[in-house]
Unconditional design. Structure first.
Length: 120
């Protein structure tokens, strides 16, 4: 009898923890696909912005030691689009940091970095 009760308590705790992470809570989430590709690669960045009146701009960069591209998007606080997709085409061979920076009325609100490898 004690095992099913313990299992139920652990399951409920896990579900509650998962729900807390799914409700937003982060000012910026960045997903990059693919994380490995052949050159010339098309790197797609999906940026999810939490609705907030302080949001003013989103900058996404792709950077290596000898390559840099960026895209900057003006956002309009709470009423802005929440999901942005940015594509960088013809990315040559190299190891890249893809960074999303969300800037607000008082400066930087969030920064997220992901890694992409483009092979020959």
């Amino acid at each position: 009898m004690q095992k099913p009760a313990t299992t139920a308590v652990v399951l409920c705790a896990c579900l509650a923890g998962a729900a807390a992470r799914l409700d937003g809570g982060q000012a910026l989430t960045v997903r990059v696909t693919p994380t490995m590709a052949r050159q010339p690669a098309s790197v797609k960045v999906l940026a999810l912005i939490e609705a907030d009146d302080r949001n003013r701009s989103l900058e996404v960069t792709v950077r290596s030691s000898d390559y840099f591209r960026s895209s900057q998007i003006q956002v309009d606080g709470h009423d802005t689009q929440r999901v942005w997709e940015i594509e960088f085409r013809d990315v040559p061979q190299g190891n890249y940091e893809v960074t999303g920076i969300l800037t607000g009325t008082e400066g930087r609100r969030a920064a997220v970095t992901r890694v992409v490898v483009v092979m020959p």
